[in-house]
Design a protein around this ligand. Sequence first.
Ligand code: MN
Length: 439
Amino acid sequence: MRFALDETHDCLTQSWAESANDAESDFPLQNLPFGVFRRGNEAARVGVAIGDLIVDLAGLYQSGLLDDAEVRPAAEACLSDSLNGLMALGTAPRRAMRRRLFTILRAEATSNDRETARRHLLAQNEVEMLLPARVGDYTDFYASIFHATNVGKLFRPDNPLLPNYKYIPIGYHGRASSLVPSGTKIVRPSGQRRVGEAEPTFGPSRSLDYEMELGFFVSAGNRLGEPILMGDAEEHIFGVCILNDWSARDVQAWEYQPLGPLLAKNFSTSLSPWVVTMEALAPFRVAAFTRAEGDPAPLTYLLDAKDNAQGGVDIWLEARIATAVMRERGVEPALLGRSNVRDLYWTLAQMITHHASNGCNLRAGDLLGSGTVSGAEKSARGCLLELTSGGKEPILLPSGEQRRFLEDGDEVTIEGYCQRVGFRHIRLGRCSGIVIGQQ
Ligand code: MN
């Protein structure tokens, strides 16, 4: 089986790190996501989350706990300030590291493992989380047919879905330099906007939006000129995070034709700091999205029986908003939308394969975005453009405020989680950002 389950998915195994056993914990023993952290002015280091703690992998390696032949390559790759080295090794070393960490952190660990590992734990709340990788290139797809249809309707009521949509995983090249970790303030961008038929003007965006997306990192890359076949595509994925593709809709509407978005989206893209590995996601794999009767089958290079049977991922995403007024009054953040990655029209493997199908080389640490994840229901819309029908139908918040688009002081938080009966629920953590006005 492709997404093999092993002892690391056993829901009954607990950790001696007590907070990981809390049913509400984002990071139980069965998750073990990788991230990059910094304590004070120290150098950035690679860690793994367990409950509300972080295992410092460099410390663990130096103490000798990761020093066996199978685990050493991954451990040495983690003596770094980014995950790129570990990503470049591909799946087998990562899997070996996961199994070793599971053994060290489980309640049944040897007392030597436990006592040694205890010396290399930090509290998550005493460190700063950084971007997990040095991202060379970032590409954002448009893989939700519900999002594409809803957005298409706003711009082209008679012809919402362009004829290429069901054949090509549509995407655009984003910008890596403005990727920021969760918690980074988002400065409202300026740009050219045009209202109606008037001459365009330049100024702060009046329709700033969020986009609720899944991000996924490339592990081992491919050589320039050598495509990635569908059967191999999953081997090129390291893991997933939450991505917010902040978007200035007024700028986008004016600039996007004929070459696609540019400044409307490249001012900031937020990422959650913990990368949940494909191994941790194994219990949550599902069939690919079922295409409607009459839809074309994917072209052969994007077609794979195994991917069709289990290339989907059952990950819930939820976006919430807290305005400045809501925070002042202590009002809980309000749910904007909840959707599931399994409803994407294209699988992660299809996006990887398509991207490399012309010989384009993907490199370890490259980031791909799914595009806004929306579902069939109105409650499953992944951005304000869809939720407010382009700003025409404002939403009402519990504070009595209305929103067409984001105002200064608004904080958007996206969370992600996986749940399945018989398995430990795991979470992706959170990706948040607060919009601030120009200084
Ligand atoms: Mn996007």
